[in-house]
Design a protein around this ligand. Structure first.
Ligand SMILES: *[C@@H]1O[C@H](CO)[C@@H](O)[C@H](O)[C@H]1NC(C)=O
Ligand SMILES: *[C@@H]1O[C@H](CO)[C@@H](O)[C@H](O)[C@H]1NC(C)=O
Ligand SMILES: *[C@@H]1O[C@H](CO)[C@@H](O)[C@H](O)[C@H]1NC(C)=O
Length: 335
């Protein structure tokens, strides 16, 4: 999530420029090392598509940050005609947009209700449970997080019966731990590597969070770094664990959310960098989709791999300008 007080001015400005550019025949020259396919584009622009999760049946869930806090379902994203429907609009519950999403148990998800102004008393987390989807889908408020300023990425703790979820706060530069059953929450981790910059346009620090092989991985939008920290089963820093820098993407102006592939490669969106990078074990960031001035991945926000035999190698990337979703074929990619 790229967030600052001038977001909407920036959005409309960029939209204006894009519209102008479209009328001028220019050679874009975007080199795309990996093949991709557009899965779906939202027709009402601007739709700020913010984050993504994949259901066990292969359907995608995408969160909308603006203009409304909405959750969409994209069924059969690997087919030629995926079907798209609104799952739920979180209106009248004090939040402005949706951000992170994490699967807490098979086919149940925590979604993060975020705050576009960076003020307290405007953040909450909800549960959307597809196990009880008939006759009506069950959504419930897990808890308000009153002191949160900008909640962003989320990751469930697998070793813990999946009852806890870690949720990043980009402005407080920390990770909350939420007990899904009781709604109790506390601060699980707060380290200097989560901090953002000094002014409002650079204040977004920690952004995406993922748990992989006993480590909490997180991106920092301000430092353009990916870090990891060994954690315990309940999401606290392991005894004596120190934060390790996995990579710094010097060429990107910003880092957003990311996915970790089965082989450990990290696939990170760069938002206003409009580029997706793949980071291998050597820590080098290779641009694999989009480029600074191309519209292919303009303001890319997050990524997730497919979960079916058909699309396990497909990296689904959410893009916010205009709101769309693309599938990147990573099967030929080698570090
Ligand atoms: C939190 O709780 C209050 C009081 O119940 C409610 O009015 C508000 O809408 C809730 N949501 C947020 C995000 O604070
Ligand atoms: C939230 O709102 C309440 C009631 O208006 C206020 O007392 C409190 O200071 C606010 N901020 C936080 C962080 O709870
Ligand atoms: C992108 O566009 C900006 C503004 O027009 C320009 O300054 C910059 O050099 C361009 N970057 C690339 C990689 O083409």
């Amino acid at each position: 999530m790229l967030i600052n007080f001038t977001r909407f001015a920036h959005l409309s400005l960029t939209l204006g420029l894009t519209a102008m550019a479209a009328t001028i025949p220019t050679a874009q020259g975007a080199s795309l090392p990996l093949p991709y396919r557009e899965v779906y584009q939202f027709s009402n622009a601007p739709t700020y598509v913010e984050n993504i999760a994949v259901r066990q049946n292969g359907d995608l869930l995408v969160t909308i940050l603006s203009p409304a806090p909405q959750l969409y379902l994209i069924q059969r994203p690997y087919s030629d005609e995926p079907s798209v429907s609104l799952v739920h609009s979180f209106d009248g519950v004090g939040i402005q947009g949706l951000a992170g999403i994490a699967e807490t148990k098979p086919d149940a998800f925590l979604v993060v209700g975020s705050n576009l102004q960076g003020t307290s008393n405007a953040s909450a987390v909800f549960e959307v449970d597809f196990n009880n989807a008939h006759p009506t889908l069950s959504t419930r408020l897990i808890t308000n997080i009153t002191e949160a300023l900008v909640l962003n990425g989320a990751a469930a703790l697998p070793g813990c019966g999946r009852e806890f979820v870690l949720v990043a706060d980009s402005f407080l530069a920390q990770v909350f731990r939420v007990d899904i059953r009781t709604g109790h929450y506390d601060v699980a981790i707060q380290v200097p590597e989560m901090k953002g910059g000094p002014d409002i346009s650079s204040k977004t620090g920690i952004n995406g969070v993922k748990i992989h092989d006993g480590y909490l991985y997180f991106s920092n939008s301000f430092t353009r770094g990916i870090y990891r920290l060994k954690i315990t089963k309940d999401g606290s820093a392991a005894d004596g664990a120190a934060v390790e820098t996995v990579a710094t993407v010097a060429g990107a102006p910003f880092l957003d959310d990311f996915a970790i592939g089965a082989d450990g490669t990290i696939w990170v969106a760069s938002n206003r960098g409009s580029t997706v990078y793949a980071i291998g074990a050597d820590g080098k960031a290779v641009p694999v989709l989009g480029s600074a001035n191309s519209t292919v991945a303009k303001m890319d926000t997050a990524a997730a791999f497919g979960r079916t035999e058909r699309d396990r190698h497909m990296l689904y990337v959410t893009i916010s300008l205009p709101g769309k979703l693309v599938a990147v074929d990573t099967s030929r990619y080698q570090q």
